[in-house]
Write a protein that binds this ligand. Structure first.
Ligand code: URA
Length: 433
């Protein structure tokens, strides 16, 4: 077989066999197929697509390119959760503890942020001492002991995806549904859970810009999961504005702690309760989503979920006093208020622009080697549907490097106003299973 023939075959819109897909992924993982041929093939996939069988075959090949995590020593049905990424998305830090507090083991491997989207690992590392790289053995033991572990992906998990993702990032081939679906699902399947809850986001701050594309992506991933016998469901959620109010690492951890204390923003809480209800049903804790929701609410009011987070932080070497007393988190040198220049209702809030401002303040990486400043970011005081009077504070900027006129204008430019009443956007459009 020759790679050039397979590139031409896909370029011409023909279907590839399982053997041909194996040849591509195996050859690329072993450095036999060079980057330039792989990027040409992935670009052909962007234009011609892959059918259901090809997408499932690609996912399986990627999944088997490295280690498969064995979670069989963990008692109970393990449910994993994955978000396709967005601005202010600290869902895992709330959802993990509330679901674990209801007796469902959560063994989660998370990622780092790149560009305007934050990553759970970077957020967790704002807790002093917390170690996200622990052995598979310690991971399994921790989940058995305290029901929750959130760690970094092992270097040997899905090496095909690591190489392909890095190449896609620099060849304009990220936004391609079969490539995104196989990238996400190959990692989730290799990570060994019994069931998967996907949070597929759409809108300005997400990879999928429209709800239609988000649904196609969700359906594609559900079909892959179901074809391997895993109960897979997806929330389709709106990322036309940031989730919650905080953007930036320790600011988001603090907001997650507030939510576990019963004082979090409504949109974040609602997403966690809806997604969590499905996770409890998937784990067979109950067959009613309503009962599941009540169990999750009780995990918050009783502070059980907060205790689970403390136990996880301690088990991973972190200082759990920070969870009990969030005022201990290192603060940025300055907090600058950005005030409205007009009266009106907020009708649009560009999540992407605000995510980029937080990154430029040092809260995210422009390149993979950049060091993160955990204390900086934004706290939104006004969101879509809020009425604003001239001089009201829109955003508090937490910064260690002042605020340039350019960044200030980017924040102001992210807000769009109207004099007409604006209803708050619906957060979850649908749950697919
Ligand atoms: N997240 C992933 O893990 N892979 C993609 O391709 C896109 C988002």
């Amino acid at each position: 077989m020759r790679m050039v023939d397979l590139i031409q075959k896909k370029r011409d819109g023909l279907e590839l066999t399982d053997e041909e897909i194996h040849f591509i992924i195996d050859g690329y993982t072993k450095d036999i197929i060079p980057d330039y041929q792989m990027s040409a093939w992935m670009m052909a996939v962007c234009f011609q697509g892959l059918n259901k069988r090809e997408t499932a075959s690609l996912t399986l090949e990627m999944m088997h390119s490295g280690d498969i995590i064995d979670l069989s020593a963990i008692q109970g049905i393990k449910v994993d959760k994955h978000s396709t990424g967005g601005v202010g998305d600290k869902t895992s830090l709330v959802l993990g503890p509330i679901v674990a507090a209801c007796g469902v083991p959560v063994a989660k491997m998370s990622g780092r942020g790149l560009g305007h989207t934050g990553g759970t690992l970077d957020k967790l590392e704002s807790i002093p001492g917390l170690n996200i790289m622990i052995s598979e053995e310690a991971f399994v033991k921790q989940v058995n002991d305290c029901q929750l572990a959130i760690i970094g992906q092992s270097a040997h998990l899905d090496p095909a995806d690591k190489k392909m993702y890095a190449l896609r990032d620099v060849t304009g081939t990220v936004s391609c549904i079969p490539l995104i679906a196989s990238s996400i699902m190959s990692k989730k399947l290799a990570a060994g859970s019994d069931a998967i809850l996907l949070d597929v986001k759409y809108g300005d701050g997400a990879f999928m810009k429209t709800i239609e594309d988000a649904k196609v992506l969700a359906r594609t991933m559900i079909e892959i999961g179901e074809s391997l016998g895993k109960d897979t469901r997806a929330t389709i959620s709106n990322m036309s504005q940031p989730l919650g109010n905080a953007i930036g690492n320790s600011l988001e951890v603090k907001e997650a702690i507030e939510t576990l204390n019963g004082n979090g923003p409504q949109d974040l809480l609602e997403l966690c309760l809806q997604a969590g209800s499905h996770m409890l049903v998937q784990a067979k804790k109950t067959d009613s989503e309503l009962t599941a929701r009540q169990m999750l609410e009780e995990a918050i009011t009783s502070k059980k979920a907060l205790h689970v987070l403390c136990a996880m932080v301690k088990a991973q070497g972190g200082d759990d006093e920070y969870i009990k007393h969030p005022g201990m988190f290192q603060k940025a040198k300055e907090v600058i208020a950005i005030r409205a220049e007009h009266d009106g209702y907020v009708k649009q809030l560009e999540a992407l622009s605000l995510g980029l401002v937080s990154m430029k303040l040092g809260g995210g990486r422009q390149t993979t080697n950049d060091k993160i400043d955990h204390s900086v970011g934004l706290v939104l005081n006004k969101k879509i549907g809020d009425f604003v009077k001239r001089d009201d504070v829109l955003v508090y900027v937490h910064t260690n490097t002042g605020l340039s006129e350019e960044l200030k204008n980017e924040i102001l430019g992210a807000y769009h106003f109207t004099s007409d009443f604006v209803t708050k956007p619906i957060l979850i459009d649908e749950i697919l299973s």
